[in-house]
Design a protein around this ligand. Structure first.
Ligand code: AMP
Length: 115
């Protein structure tokens, strides 16, 4: 894993291509896009992973999906569709230890399950 660069982006220590933000979430363009649209939906509060969430954080997780739908409209992929991915742990291929959801779209995305 690499260090938590997302906290540095949220704190303003590192620059990023910000697409949308509010008090709870930052949405940025992925630096290494895997599709024409590849966004990262990042909670500003630091959670390393889903295992850090407790019951009272559940509404924040729900809000992440509302944010995804909103930014999908903003970047023009809402009508054709998009995919959300949340990687966890070694087998999930997670690199940055700060919970984030990938939003991919802008072309047909192919197989839904990794071969
Ligand atoms: P994951 O494998 O789910 O942890 O994904 C981490 C993602 O963060 C990868 O898709 C990277 O390309 C992306 N990434 C890493 N550093 C940056 C950065 N400085 N700005 C935007 N995206 C980044």
């Amino acid at each position: 894993m690499i260090s938590d660069i997302f906290c540095k982006i949220i704190n303003g220590e590192l620059k990023a291509d910000i697409v949308w933000q509010d008090d709870d979430f930052l949405v940025i363009n992925d630096i290494n896009p895997q599709a024409p649209v590849h966004l990262l939906i990042i909670p500003k509060k630091h959670f390393e992973a889903l295992h850090d969430f407790i019951e009272s954080d559940a509404s924040l997780l729900g809000k992440a999906l509302l944010v995804a739908d909103k930014v999908a409209k903003q970047v023009g992929v809402h009508d054709k569709g998009y995919r959300l991915i949340l990687n966890e742990g070694e087998h999930g291929g997670k690199l940055v230890p700060h919970l984030h959801i990938h939003l991919l779209g802008g072309k047909p995305l192919g197989a839904k399950i990794v071969q």
